[in-house]
Design a protein around this ligand. Structure first.
Ligand code: CO6
Length: 435
């Protein structure tokens, strides 16, 4: 019987493992090429993985929530269409093998939990162990948690439930400042959360994994770098008129719609080239000035989460290239189809809350970058214009630009000059530009 092994894909250069968060198929199912097989989550991004072949799923070797190394076989597809579902005994054997493998994969990361596990006969999945480690749950505590899984096994939901209750009754443990990036940060003690009372009629919603990552990242960024925010107003009448005049022709010629974002990105990339300190990261007592100008764009996803794909070498691209990159990345982000590499390596971020009508904001820096620009809505406003024949009031298109920056290395003068430069570039947009 010809068979095909489905392996854990490599979802990015630096990614060595992934957690299977959902299987869309079960043993015995017939699949066609491109049918979704499973969802995998890394600390960067979630992806749905399609079947590369037609066939019948004969074996699934890892259950949901398993952390699996890149290249490990996850499932077997019979290419002859022969259904060969494993017998129960074989199944449990393979399950044990899977667990053993999964444990090996996460061994180095979780050595202290593994160490303590020697004292216990109970099995804990790699995911449960990772959560326990991150939340400083001791073995004694783990042992005390009632498991709802087969044979009383502690599942993810059991430990999360336990932590939710524990959070309101126990003082918070000291934790490491952050799991990733900001290597230079001084250690910061996580503050005990305020106890939350849940009243009758209140609804408790568990954050999904991505939301938890975002939440941690936001707290970490605020702890690591003291942010300040400066705001300027820009008169973008010329560029609005240029876009209105050219957007249909642009779409016809290049097959892509041009919004204001590529123009903002172009202005940012030009200004970053002139202000290299804003395109840097802090590493202890050192400042790493980045050679590449890689502009991250905050994209709102339909599920309410936010992701920041990166337009690489933005200063080397014209408006057509920037438009194509933006649309491709935004669409992929909205459809959960971003390659994990697409969200790595950003050196500066733009968040366009003008899309939903906001005017000014104080965005949080996307670590380990040192600045982030928020673009407000472009609106028509009455403005005083100085003309050779005196001042006049005219209707102009105006917007606010807000820049949050890391005050450890960027002073108000530099941050303000950089921000004003972006506004000047936008205000002086060349309306004779051809597409
Ligand atoms: N002014 C006026 N009109 C705008 C603006 C602004 N700032 N931004 C977008 N638009 C228009 C845009 O030109 C489109 O109009 P038409 O071309 O005439 O059809 C329309 O609004 C829709 O634009 P769309 O959002 O689809 O595309 P755009 O390229 O402008 O933006 C995106 C792409 C991926 C940035 C955007 O879709 C998105 O996801 N934005 C939300 C980003 C976000 O949630 N950021 C976090 C905000 S929270 O930062 C934050 C400080 C704290 C509060």
């Amino acid at each position: 019987m010809a068979s095909f092994n489905i392996v854990m894909p490599k979802l990015g250069e630096s990614i060595q493992e992934g957690t299977i968060t959902k299987w869309f198929v079960k043993e015995g199912d017939t699949v066609e090429e491109d049918d979704m097989l499973f969802e995998v989550a890394t600390d960067k991004v979630d992806s749905e993985i399609p079947s590369p072949v037609d066939g019948v799923i004969t074996k699934i070797l890892y259950e949901e929530d398993s952390l699996v190394a890149v290249g490990e076989v996850l499932a077997v597809v019979s290419l002859d269409g022969e259904e060969e579902v494993s017998a129960e005994a074989e199944e449990s054997a393979s399950e044990e093998k899977s667990e053993a493998k999964a444990e090996t994969t996460s061994e180095s990361k979780e050595s202290d939990v593994d160490e303590s596990r020697k004292l216990s006969n109970r099995f804990y999945s790699p995911l449960v162990k990772t959560i326990a480690k991150e939340e400083n749950v001791s073995l004694e505590e783990l042992e005390s948690i009632e498991g709802s899984g087969a044979g009383g096994r502690v599942q993810k939901k059991d430990i999360l439930e336990y932590l939710e209750n524990r959070g309101s009754t126990q003082p918070a443990a000291k934790v490491a400042p952050q799991k990733q990036s900001a290597p230079s940060a001084p250690s910061v003690e996580k503050k005990a959360p305020m106890p939350v009372s849940v009243g009758e009629g209140d609804t408790v919603v568990e954050m999904d994994r991505v939301r938890k990552l975002i939440a941690d990242h936001m707290v970490m960024s605020k702890q690591v770098s003291p942010h300040v925010t400066s705001v300027v107003e820009a008169d973008v009448t010329e560029l609005v008129q240029w876009r209105n005049k050219n957007k249909n022709a642009f779409q016809e010629k290049y097959g892509d719609k041009i919004t204001f974002m590529p123009i903002f990105t172009e202005a940012v990339a030009t200004a970053l080239a002139e202000f290299p300190l804003v395109n840097s990261s802090v590493d202890g007592d050192k400042i790493v000035m980045k050679k590449d100008i890689n502009v991250g764009i905050a994209v709102a996803k339909p599920d309410g989460n936010l992701i920041v794909p990166v337009i690489r070498n933005a200063e080397q691209k014209n408006l057509v290239g920037l438009t194509k990159d933006l649309n491709r990345l935004a669409n992929a982000a909205r459809n959960n189809q971003l390659d994990p590499a697409a969200i790595q390596g950003g050196t500066f971020t733009i968040t366009n809350f003008g899309s939903f009508g906001n005017i000014i904001g104080t965005p949080i820096i996307n670590q380990p970058q040192v600045a982030i620009l928020a673009t407000g809505i472009i609106e028509k406003k009455p403005a005083v214009l100085e003309t050779p024949s005196g001042d006049v009031i005219a209707i102009r298109h105006k917007m606010y630009l807000s820049l949050s920056y890391d005050h450890r290395i960027i002073d108000g003068a530099l941050g303000g000059a950089f921000l004003r430069r972006i506004a000047d570039i936008l205000e002086n947009f060349d309306t004779n530009r051809t597409i």
